[in-house]
Ligand binder design. Structure first.
Ligand code: ATP
Ligand code: MG
Length: 427
């Protein structure tokens, strides 16, 4: 029986996994610099949590969730709802008036798999709970932009304001009127959506719908004084921090909970999968889920898309090559190499060795494949004379290494492999 991974579920193999690690390491570093703490959340939650948080008439809840119907539980399609559930459940607002949290892990959505769109995908998600300050919005966008910049990726930032429950209804009415006039030209999804969730039509990817909504009213013209002020201050903050962005009046995002600021990091290099990250403010959501009346804002970056961009934009992957390959030739030498390798690893060096008793030629080949920086060659005769040879694989220079007692040999080798190219002074 030949069992393969499910459609839309993907293994990350060595060779690619280094890029994932690079993305995650860069993110953890930035999150720490911005004073965020990690939170780890379960993958399975009550279905009701997502239906209530994300919205019954969103694509995610209507058609993308992995739900076990008999148990009324769902594999999380995004992180915000789960994170808020945990925030409320553990009274995290009592511990700290402003919580800055991040979480990294897999999400599940039953959509049509394609490049940059999987059924199990991974997000790095950041949330700030307890602050309505527009500077937090600017700070978060600046943090996302900085991370993408440090990864060497060129991505643009688009922003919009979705207003609040005070000003959105008037916009909704104006939009409904606008859409009614164009009802026949919309795609089937949008025909249905235009009455249940008209804002979503603005976000439809169908080219015909896109054309239809070009002249649609803009929420920006309907903002109440509070929302307009908030937007102005966010823009001032972005300017102060030197963050480049553009306003996009069509961006509504696929989740119902957003208020005021919404934003997306966009790339031109992944076809239809243009958003590498997205988020926004959700000032009423914590309360709606039964928690305290606190503001919130967050965003999530899609790791698959970041890795694809890293591959496409050909930035250097961090190499996992060993600093040293220990080649023991002969039974005695191989036994000695086994112990020395462990001592070197304990001392912090990345070391590879062959355990199959292969020939010197074959071991040198192996070292080359692994891109080992140096090879230590020990034969039985050399071992008897307490000598070995070390070869710098870059310069092909070779020199003797005296095999002393283990600790001293480890020290000598640490020193030799850290100075590259090898000098000709022997030890
Ligand atoms: P899209 O418009 O591409 O479907 P979305 O608006 O549904 O994205 P969000 O829910 O905002 O996405 O999730 C934030 C990020 O997670 C996206 O910008 C994207 O990078 C990533 N993402 C979302 N869905 C998927 C998926 N199915 N496969 C891979 N990455 C995804
Ligand atoms: Mg989506």
């Amino acid at each position: 029986m030949n069992i393969k991974a499910l459609n839309g579920f993907k293994d990350v193999l060595p060779g690619e996994v280094e890029q994932w690690q690079r993305v995650e390491t860069a993110a953890r570093d930035i999150f720490a610099r911005f004073n965020f703490s990690e939170i780890r959340l379960p993958i399975l939650e009550k279905t009701d949590l997502f239906a209530r948080a994300i919205g019954e008439t969103t694509d995610i809840v209507e058609k993308e969730m992995y739900t076990f119907v008999d148990k009324q539980v769902t594999m999380r399609p995004e992180a915000t709802a789960s994170l808020l559930r945990a925030y409320i459940e553990h009274g995290l607002h009592v511990q700290k008036p402003v919580q800055r949290l991040f979480t990294i892990g897999p999400m599940f959505r039953h959509e049509r798999p394609q490049k940059g769109r999987l059924r199990q995908f991974h997000q790095m998600d950041v949330e700030v709970l307890g602050s309505a300050d527009p500077r937090v919005d600017a700070e978060l966008m600046a943090m996302g932009a900085l991370l993408l910049h440090e990864l060497g990726l060129s991505v643009t930032l688009e922003m919009n304001s979705l207003g609040c429950p005070a000003c959105r209804p008037a916009f909704r009415t104006a939009l409904l009127t606008f859409l009614e006039e164009r009802h026949e030209s919309l795609c089937d999804d949008c025909k249905r959506r235009s009455s249940t969730n008209p804002l979503r039509v603005l976000d439809c990817k169908n080219p015909r719908c896109r054309e239809q909504v070009l002249e649609a009213p803009s929420l920006l013209d309907f903002l109440c004084a509070g929302c307009a002020d908030h937007l102005r201050l966010v823009q001032e903050g972005l300017e102060q921090l030197g963050v480049v962005y553009s306003l996009n009046k069509f961006m509504v995002r696929g989740l119902d909970y957003y208020t005021r600021t919404t934003f997306e990091f966009i790339t031109a290099d992944l076809g239809a999968q243009a958003a590498v990250g997205a988020g926004g403010r959700y000032d009423g959501l914590v309360e709606q889920l039964g928690g305290p009346k606190v503001s919130g804002i967050g965003f999530a970056l899609g790791m698959e898309r970041l890795v694809l961009l890293l591959q496409q934009q050909e930035t250097e992957a961090a190499s996992a090559s060993p600093a040293l390959f220990v080649a023991g030739i002969g039974e005695q030498a191989s036994g000695y190499a086994f112990g020395l390798t462990h001592a070197l690893r304990r001392a912090g060096m990345a070391v590879a060795m062959d355990l199959e008793g292969r020939s010197l030629k074959s071991q040198m080949k192996q070292a080359g494949k692994l891109k080992a920086a140096n090879v230590l060659i020990i034969g039985d005769d050399e071992l008897a004379a307490s000598l070995a040879q070390i070869r710098n694989m870059n310069t092909q220079q070779q020199q003797n290494v005296e095999l002393q007692e283990t600790a001293a040999t480890v020290q000598a080798l640490l020193q030799l492999t850290s100075s590259s190219p090898l000098t000709s002074t022997s030890i």
